[in-house]
Design a binder for this molecule. Structure first.
Ligand SMILES: NC(=O)c1ccc[n+]([C@@H]2O[C@H](COP(=O)([O-])OP(=O)(O)OC[C@H]3O[C@@H](n4cnc5c(N)ncnc54)[C@H](OP(=O)(O)O)[C@@H]3O)[C@@H](O)[C@H]2O)c1
Length: 280
């Protein structure tokens, strides 16, 4: 089986590449070429003729997307369109990763796959547009929505928080943005299982349960036995580092995923394993 992973050098891509190291995998990132270039994507697909494409590459900085909408749109929409067109042409099965940020966060209970998507941020809008492109262009696909991914070498807040806490940095952290943390290792396994079964349609995947960023930080402080007063709790309205509007409650309901695959473990168990095994 020939596999392409776009965004293979990113947080999720790293875990997935390691999981698939015995397979015939080609990993591409921005260093190889821009997915927004159709001729580059076309060349890659005709060279590899992939059976499966994990399309992970994206402009993932939520705040920078507001400042630089053209770049976010080019990668997340035009890039996804190029991948979708070539995958359909070569009859490849596509797994596309999307986000809880496609929801407005006003539901008060975990979002199901068929809930109405109403993104607040430009990033969320471009990822939703990507979903629509995949649905409308590809015959064989899965759209996997996930949230707050953490793992080793990740550049995002969830991944860098443990090291910042260990360095006893003072960190301003929100108490009122709630979603489900997801360990990239568990997510990689979910992606792999989905591709083996060729699941068709939309699925949610995250670790079970949900928490605020503050609770996530408190768990890390407790794990290292570090005084949690270095975490400065604030409401999102007082958090000036954030530019993009975000959903206040965007936990994802994973019961559909659990019915076809496996039951995701609680976020606390996954985070504990990450801290123990990957953060020394
Ligand atoms: N992290 C989260 O919390 C989260 C939550 C929900 C959904 N997601 C989705 O999950 C996927 C993976 O996220 P991640 O956290 O692993 O992302 P990441 O660490 O930011 O990595 C992004 C990857 O995409 C590549 N890339 C970016 N722009 C590109 C372009 N124009 N052409 C080719 N490659 C490009 C990057 O290449 P370089 O390394 O060369 O820059 C990198 O390999 C994304 O689709 C994201 O929207 C993530």
């Amino acid at each position: 089986m020939r596999i392409i992973i776009t965004g293979g050098t990113g947080l999720v891509g790293n875990y997935l590449s390691r999981l698939l190291e015995d397979e015939d995998v080609v990993i591409v990132s921005r260093r190889d070429f821009d997915i927004a270039s159709f001729s580059s994507v076309k060349g890659l697909f005709y060279r590899i003729k992939p059976d499966v494409v994990f399309h992970l590459a994206a402009f993932t900085d939520v705040d920078k997307s507001e400042e630089n909408p053209v770049c976010a749109f080019k990668t997340n929409v035009n890039g996804t369109n190029n991948i979708a067109m070539m995958a359909d042409r070569l009859k490849s099965y596509v797994v596309y990763i999307s986000t809880d940020f496609v929801f407005d966060g006003k539901k008060n209970s975990p979002y199901r796959e068929n809930d109405t998507a109403l993104p607040l941020s430009l990033y969320g809008k471009t990822k939703l547009e990507g979903e629509r492109i995949i649905e409308n262009t590809c015959k064989q696909y899965c759209i996997l929505r996930t949230s707050r991914v953490f793992g080793k070498n990740g550049r995002n807040f969830a991944s860098t928080l443990p090291l910042r806490i260990k360095k006893r940095e003072k960190i301003t952290i929100t108490t009122d943005l709630i979603n489900s943390p997801t360990y990239a290792r568990d997510l990689a396994r979910a992606l792999f299982e989905i591709s083996r079964k060729r699941f068709q349609g939309i699925l949610n995947f995250c670790n079970s349960g949900w928490c605020s960023w503050y609770e996530f930080g408190l768990y890390i402080c407790r794990y290292y036995d570090i005084d949690s007063s270095l975490l400065v709790p604030v409401n999102i309205s007082n958090f000036h580092n954030s530019i993009a509007p975000r959903p206040v409650f965007s936990a994802l309901d994973t019961s559909l995923f659990a019915r076809f695959f496996f039951r995701p473990r609680p976020w606390q168990d996954a985070l504990k394993e990450f801290l123990k095994q990957e953060i020394s």
